[in-house]
Design a protein around this ligand. Structure first.
Ligand SMILES: Cc1cc2nc3c(=O)[nH]c(=O)nc-3n(C[C@H](O)[C@H](O)[C@H](O)COP(=O)(O)OP(=O)(O)OC[C@H]3O[C@@H](n4cnc5c(N)ncnc54)[C@H](O)[C@@H]3O)c2cc1C
Length: 439
């Protein structure tokens, strides 16, 4: 049996084993494939909206096995790749709408945690996007002006001196600060949300990979232990969605990685400050993001992404990226370079061809999907779960009318073209970083 503790530091602390698998035939109203934030949130909101509905979640490994149990735990408002890209691709009103949706998403996570008293080390400390060169100062200031022109004014510029009052690094030259952002322990959150959804009456099966989906008469989902018959199904399979024939071309996986140090000592904190423990990110395309954990370890993630070929999904460990992350730590926080790296892991994020999220319905609404949350899905997936539940129960809300619901998703080409296309985008982003890093 797979050792789930290796999948992330967060999962290693919980020491989980999969619960009951599907055994025989199950009949239900809605079957959800995938036990991450999207799937479990959708199950919870379906039971909230219609308690009489039979809702079943099918998870191939255990709830939190995917990105939801491995991510860095930034609950933040960034939609897709950047606000500029959203505006360029969809228009101004849509970029504003996306930001509003994401603000609601961050609030929803906070509300769920508080209402259900989910123990997930939640800290609503805000978020700083840091400039590490003069070019990044100009880039971030331009982004803030761009947002302000659209009426988005919930982010503010902090000078190098103001940043230094919060957190000290020789290379920090200013930052955009966003107060409405939080940090949390993602594995504790998803396992807590699982308990909440089950308490509402959702049935969750683990160790139950869906190997076939038949949508000709209702929906029939095949797992090794038995079949699940449902009126409708949701693919909450995120970066694994291309492995299922009905949504194969909607998204492609990209692997991103994290390293985690031993706990910082008081002497380390004396050197860097960081009393307010904000989440930090630099402004590169291939970002480095930094945060403190509840037990004061430093988590560093991001840098290069790794693109799998075909159905490969095993790029969790990449020594090259782990090395780049350590270099990133030494560059951004030289005062912490003596810290031992105690944990290393990675996981897949879901990327659409236009790098924006999408929720949709196919097969006359019998099958719904949510893809493309990239590395910004912690808050978004929770609200997407609510939106999916509203679509299924026939409610019309601001969310179900959002522009990325039932939008056209440009298809990724089949392999080997998909690999070439994803590598080309990755290389272009890396090239731009090299230029901007230099000044
Ligand atoms: C290393 C890393 C760091 C990240 N950091 C952040 C961050 O700080 N902030 C942020 O906002 N976002 C971050 N993200 C992205 C975020 O984690 C994801 O967007 C989010 O967790 C996606 O949730 P999900 O439920 O859609 O997918 P997942 O959590 O991936 O869940 C999908 C589930 O479907 C299951 N599944 C797949 N196929 C089948 C099948 N055939 N049958 C049954 N089950 C199946 C999988 O096992 C998995 O559990 C990060 C991601 C990674 C990998």
């Amino acid at each position: 049996m797979e050792d789930y503790r290796e999948k992330s530091f967060w999962l290693s602390e919980l020491d989980l084993q999969p619960g009951d698998a599907v055994d025989g035939r199950i009949d239900c109203d809605v079957a959800i494939v995938g036990g991450g934030f999207t799937g479990v949130s959708a199950a919870y909101f379906l039971k909230q909206l219609d308690p009489s509905m039979d809702v079943v979640v099918l998870e191939k490994d255990l709830v939190g096995y995917g990105a939801s149990g491995r991510n860095a735990g930034f609950s933040m408002t960034l939609f897709g790749f950047s606000m500029q890209m959203t505006r360029l691709r969809f228009g101004k009103d849509q970029a504003v709408e996306a930001h509003r949706y994401m603000n609601e998403a961050v609030s929803l996570v906070q509300q769920l945690v508080e209402e259900h008293d989910i123990d997930c080390d939640y800290e609503h400390n805000g978020f700083m996007r840091i400039a590490t060169s003069e070019r990044y100062v100009r880039r971030i200031k331009k982004e803030l002006e761009f947002a302000a022109k659209m009426g988005i004014d919930d982010m503010e510029w902090m000078s190098a001196e103001e940043v230094a009052e919060q957190v000290q690094s020789p290379v920090f030259r200013g930052a955009a600060y966003e107060p409405h952002a939080a940090l949390l322990n993602p594995a504790k959150l998803i396992r807590g949300l699982k308990d909440v959804a089950e308490a509402e009456g959702a049935e969750i099966y683990e160790g139950s990979p869906v190997t076939e989906i038949d949508v000709d008469n209702g929906v029939v989902l095949t797992t090794p232990g038995g079949e699940v018959h449902a009126d409708r199904a949701v693919l909450a399979t995120n970066a694994y969605t291309h492995l299922l024939p009905l949504a194969r071309s909607k998204q492609a996986p990209a692997f991103t990685h994290i390293i985690l140090t031993e706990p910082l000592s008081d002497e380390h904190f004396d050197k860097i400050g960081w009393e307010n423990r904000q989440g930090l990110e630099d402004a590169r395309n291939m970002i480095h993001y930094f945060r403190l954990t509840d037990d004061n370890r430093l988590l560093i993630g991001g840098s290069d992404v790794k693109i799998p070929f075909g159905d490969e999904m095993g790029l969790d460990h990449d020594e090259e990226v782990f090395g780049q992350l350590k270099e990133g730590l030494d560059f951004l926080f030289p005062a912490l370079s003596d810290l031992e790296i105690e944990h290393r892991w990675g996981g897949p994020v879901s990327v659409t061809l236009d790098m924006a999220p999408a929720i949709g319905e196919v097969k006359g609404g019998r099958l719904l999907y949510s893809v493309g949350c990239t590395g910004h899905g912690v808050s978004l997936t929770h609200l997407n779960g609510k939106t999916l539940a509203e679509l299924i129960t026939g409610k019309t809300t601001e969310r179900t009318e959002t522009f990325f619901v039932n939008r056209w998703v440009p298809p990724w080409p089949p392999e080997p073209l998909r690999f070439v296309a994803t590598q080309t985008v990755r290389n272009a982003l890396r090239f731009q970083d090299r230029i901007t890093d230099s000044k």
